[in-house]
Design a protein around this ligand. Structure first.
Ligand code: MV4
Length: 459
């Protein structure tokens, strides 16, 4: 077992991992930037080392400084959490070369899955359903030929992409030329890799993902799905729930088996997430594998009673998973709201400032993962996540009610937040009926601004 782990991250997730380490009896080393000298994750850890100035590239992405911090403190492993270096194959390789365990997949697996076109190819061969599309990178000629074959609309995606960068919906033939050029330029600038591929465009899909746990000995279990369709127009998840309101036991088993096949195809040995798009016929298609612990992992923990971060650490240390698929039981319903310092009504503009007043929600079956405290100043250098509010209840209806009352209790003064917008989502008839898709938030905002305009016109 590890005696000491360095947590190469900040905010709520660094705290989440430190908590798991403490319960496992593992010593912790925090790293922090000059902007985070008053941050809670630094205080919660046994030791803390400053790794550089506020900009991420100088601190939380500064590989030499982070490795040096691990070496001087005698940390045997590094937990990267999510974001920053979590899916950086070079970092994972350098950890290995320094004799430090990177808590995540091998650099080879990170690389193989980071190339989305390559991942598609592997999954198709392994019998995992993928969106119909091209197997090789396309130029304009190939793209036209393919379009003739399967018709419009099509989705153009970057091989090195993910997260929507270099992605274009192509509605008709005339758009192909220009969109190919602009998508290629965007992908080239963002990833230094302009390769593009085509997929059939799925109309109003859902984003549903399956949590996986694997060990070094070929044991793999799935922990069920998370419904993640409530996303901002720039593909940031806002609200997640488990189980998905549209997945029944039979579909769960099918998706779970596909997810297990997907990770087995690459020899995956740790915690991971297999993302699917689901169409209105409830067919599911592989999208990508995330090789990290995810922001929304708590909803799965709440319905399975399994501490995913602990098992991620334990399997990295060479422990065997003590449970098999039949041991995994799903109980009740969990919802997570991501509370961010953003203004949903102003294009999700980030808000910075000092927390003047903070009242935290609580009570039965309410979990709050946060690094906030009164007097804390939010830095413009990092993402806008302030807190994850998670509830559990026996049924979805009760979970919605519980989340509504917890949101009512939550008071954050000093920065703008999306708390009121979460309340709007939870009261919308469409959400309550579980009839959501990836464009839900955009639609809700558009409906709202139409209502506003109608109201103004009638004055
Ligand atoms: C799609 C799609 C429809 N058809 N692919 C957006 C980000 C990237 N991860 C994949 N995305 C999509 N790919 C095909 N063939 C619709 C989306 C999409 C989306 C996916 C997941 C979550 C939110 C989304 C919002 C808009 C579009």
């Amino acid at each position: 077992m590890f005696r000491k782990i360095l947590i190469a991250n900040r905010g709520e997730i660094a705290i989440r991992v430190i908590r798991a380490c403490k319960e496992l009896g593992i010593k912790t080393v925090a790293i922090y930037s000059q902007a985070d000298k008053d941050s809670l994750h630094k205080e919660f850890a046994d030791e803390a080392i400053c790794v550089g100035p506020p900009p991420p590239r100088d601190s939380y992405l500064n590989i030499p400084n982070i490795l040096s911090a691990a070496i001087v403190t005698g940390a045997e492993a590094i937990h990267p959490c999510y974001g920053f270096l979590a899916e950086n194959a070079t970092f994972a390789r350098l950890c290995e070369e320094c004799g430090i365990k990177f808590i995540g997949p091998s650099p080879e697996v990170i690389e193989a899955l980071g190339d989305k076109m390559n991942a598609r190819k592997i999954m198709k061969r392994a019998g995992v359903p993928v969106v119909p599309g091209t197997e090789e990178p396309v130029n304009e000629e190939d793209a036209l030929r393919y379009a003739e074959e399967i018709g419009f609309p099509l989705m153009l995606k970057a091989a090195a992409g993910g997260g929507g960068k270099g992605m274009r919906m192509i509605g008709r033939k005339e758009e192909l030329h220009l969109y190919l050029q602009s998508a290629r330029a965007e992908a080239e600038a963002a990833f230094g890799d302009g390769r593009l591929y085509l997929e059939k465009f799925l109309l109003k899909p859902r984003h549903i993902e399956v949590q996986i746990l694997a060990d070094n000995y070929g044991n793999v279990v799935h922990l069920g799905e998370r419904e993640c369709s409530i996303q901002t127009p720039s593909y940031q998840k806002m609200l997640e729930e488990a189980p998905s309101p549209i997945v029944d036991q039979e579909m769960r088993q099918k998706m779970g088996e596909a997810a297990i096949r997907a990770v087995q195809a690459v020899g995956y040995k740790t915690a991971g997430t297999v993302e699917f798009l689901v169409d209105d016929a409830l067919s599911f298609y592989f999208m990508e594998i995330n090789t990290r612990i995810q922001v929304e992992h708590p909803v799965t923990e709440m319905i399975t009673d399994i501490d995913i971060v602990k098992w991620q650490i334990l399997t990295a240390a060479g422990e065997k998973l003590p449970f098999v698929q039949e041991d995994i039981k799903f109980r009740g319903h969990s919802i997570e709201c991501r509370i961010t310092a953003e203004d949903p009504y102003r294009n999700f503009a980030p808000s910075v400032g000092t927390i003047q007043r903070l009242v935290l929600p609580g009570g039965p079956w309410v979990r709050l993962d946060t690094h906030l405290y009164e007097g804390y100043t939010i830095s413009p250098n990092y993402d806008a996540l302030l807190a994850k509010l998670i509830v559990w209840a026996k049924t979805r209806e009760e979970a919605i009610k519980r989340m509504q009352r917890a949101l009512e209790e939550f008071i954050i003064e000093g920065v703008k937040t999306n708390i009121d917008f979460h309340k709007e989502i939870l009261t919308s008839a469409q959400f309550r009926d579980g009839k959501v898709y990836v464009g839900f938030v955009k639609e809700l905002l558009e409906r709202r601004s139409e209502d506003e305009q109608r109201h103004m016109g009638s004055l």
